[in-house]
Design a protein around this ligand. Structure first.
Ligand code: ATP
Length: 505
């Protein structure tokens, strides 16, 4: 894979490649786009699916070995986006899914308090800017007379007393004192079920997939013969009316989550928390984020959510995106959520302790605790794109190659007849028809071979298979490796096994 040691890649170049090659586009682009919503083009849709398929396989159909030496048990569910509104009362989202916001009185822009930083230069002034966006502040400082970022100190707006806001120049203004004091803002999208719009028909688009799992815990136990410890997993869309969607797909208003709730006996929380923390970190490495850009960060007790204060721990798997560097951005959180959710649903629906789980072996009733590894498919896909992006100024045709692992690569192999005559297209077509039964492969017969290689390099295709003038006689083709450029001769009937080995091996 690419040498990711402390590399800071240019995000604009990555976004441009994503757009040009059909990885990611703005939603509704022909109408000017809509802030916080993104579409995946042909290559991006396949890349994201590969990530989700890997998660599904490695979590549900082929789960890892647990601390007791046996494969762990995780079952899937697929629950609705709109749920009974009381779900969100029980989960605390109606009352508590609020982020403090500050508004700008002049521009009417709204910012999340914890995502604004302030640069203070003694004797010159204080400038607020969106967190992790050094370009933004540099441009602004240029206008303010060439002040340099390193001349001052940077503090999160959360740490600054409201009385001092009067001296701060807001992110999108030129004069100080336009930021309001922080106010709460609920991030859930509201909607209405049925023809009449009133408080009774009000419902919400889910802000996380987890609550669908918790509310179906009891049906799952009753119908699936699962026993604690076991997990339930779900992937699907979630919606948050983020105040400042930004950094490409990193903070979107519609995004996809891959969540596991692993139900355990309360006494075993430490063991299972450590197990899932390490497992999830290793999984992200396995799908291609193997370098120094990936890190695991344990939270301080002070920053823990309401449900996790007394738990075994909370950590984030984080990736150093070009726009967060030298800092990191969260890909997945792993949290011991105690029995907060099951207990809250049991109480809110009115059945209380009757809904406790009965452990036959221990002859004990209790609400199981939960270890929750909660990952984002879009942030994961974005990290794969950033990690894979490798500028190649010395390689003809392609500005960059995308060094995805074979398992993640959207197209596993390009199949080319060297020229479109002498039986070569027919052999290539036959090989394509065979290989596509098992793998995503592409037959490319247009333009010269150099251009075809360049197209595949930018798409991140690890192998290009060429049928040449000798193939009809020798039954051999050549396979070119995207990264090393090595060409290997291999017999036609071994190409399938070669790909199987590289992709799954
Ligand atoms: P953040 O602090 O960045 O807002 P969070 O801690 O609120 O994230 P969780 O509620 O733990 O996020 O959600 C689990 C995962 O869902 C995150 O690790 C992330 O990958 C993904 N996710 C959350 N919010 C968004 C978003 N607005 N856009 C894209 N992915 C998101």
């Amino acid at each position: 894979m690419s040498d990711s040691t402390n590399t800071v890649k240019n995000m604009d170049d990555i976004v441009a490649l994503c757009r040009r090659r059909g990885f990611i586009w703005q939603s509704s682009e022909i109408y000017g786009g809509i802030n916080g919503f993104w579409d995946y083009g042909p290559l991006g849709a396949q890349l994201k699916k590969n990530l989700k398929d890997a998660w599904w396989k490695d979590t549900i159909t082929c789960p890892p070995i647990g601390p007791d030496g046996n494969p762990i048990q995780v079952v899937p569910v697929d629950t609705t986006i709109i749920m009974h509104p009381r779900v969100w009362e029980a989960s605390g989202h109606v009352g508590g899914f609020n982020d403090p916001m500050v508004d700008c009185k002049e521009t009417k822009s709204r910012y999340r308090l914890d995502q604004v930083e302030v640069l203070t230069v003694e004797g010159k002034g204080s400038w607020a800017f969106p967190q992790g966006d050094p370009d933004y502040i540099s441009k602004k400082l240029k206008k303010a007379g060439g002040i340099k970022v390193d001349q001052g100190t940077v503090t999160n707006l959360e740490q600054i007393p409201v009385e001092d806001y009067a001296t701060i120049i807001g992110p999108d203004t030129e004069k100080p004192g336009t930021l309001t004091e922080p106010r709460q803002f609920n991030l859930m999208f509201e909607t209405y079920c049925g023809a009449i719009r009133n408080d009774d028909s009000k419902s919400y688009l889910r802000p996380e997939t987890a609550q669908g799992i918790f509310t179906q815990f009891w049906n799952t136990v009753d119908t699936s013969r699962v026993k604690v410890p076991f997990g339930m997993a779900q992937m699907g869309k979630s919606f948050r009316n983020e105040v400042t969607p930004r950094n490409f797909t990193f903070r979107s208003r519609e995004f996809e989550q891959m969540e596991i709730e692993f139900f355990i006996h309360p006494d075993e929380a430490d063991t299972w928390y450590a197990y899932w923390r390490d497992l999830r970190f290793q999984w992200w490495q396995k799908v291609g984020l193997a370098g120094n850009n990936l890190t695991l960060r344990e939270h301080d007790k002070a920053e823990l959510a309401h449900y996790a204060k007394t738990g075994a721990g909370v950590c984030d798997v984080e990736y150093r995106f070009p726009f967060t560097a030298p800092g990191y951005g969260e890909l997945e959180g792993v949290a011991h959520r105690s029995n907060f959710d099951l207990q809250a649903h049991a109480n809110t629906c009115g059945k209380g302790d009757k809904m406790q789980y009965f452990d036959q072996e221990k002859n004990e009733r209790y609400f199981p605790h939960v270890i929750e590894p909660s990952a984002g498919a879009d942030r994961g896909t974005l990290a794969l794109l950033c990690e894979a992006y490798t500028p190649t100024p010395d390689r003809k045709g392609a500005k960059a190659i995308m060094q995805f692992t074979p398992r993640m690569a959207p197209i596993k192999a390009g199949i080319f007849p060297l020229v479109n005559k002498d039986g070569m297209p027919e052999i290539a077509q036959k090989l394509y028809m065979q290989l596509r039964e098992k793998h995503v492969v592409q037959l490319d017969v247009k333009q010269n071979i150099g251009k075809r290689y360049a197209r595949m390099d930018e798409a991140g295709t690890p192998y290009c298979i060429t049928v040449d003038g000798d193939t009809a006689g020798t039954q051999n083709v050549t396979i070119r490796d995207r990264d090393s450029l090595e060409q290997t001769t291999i017999s036609l009937d071994k190409v399938g096994a070669f790909l199987d080995e590289k992709i799954n091996g």
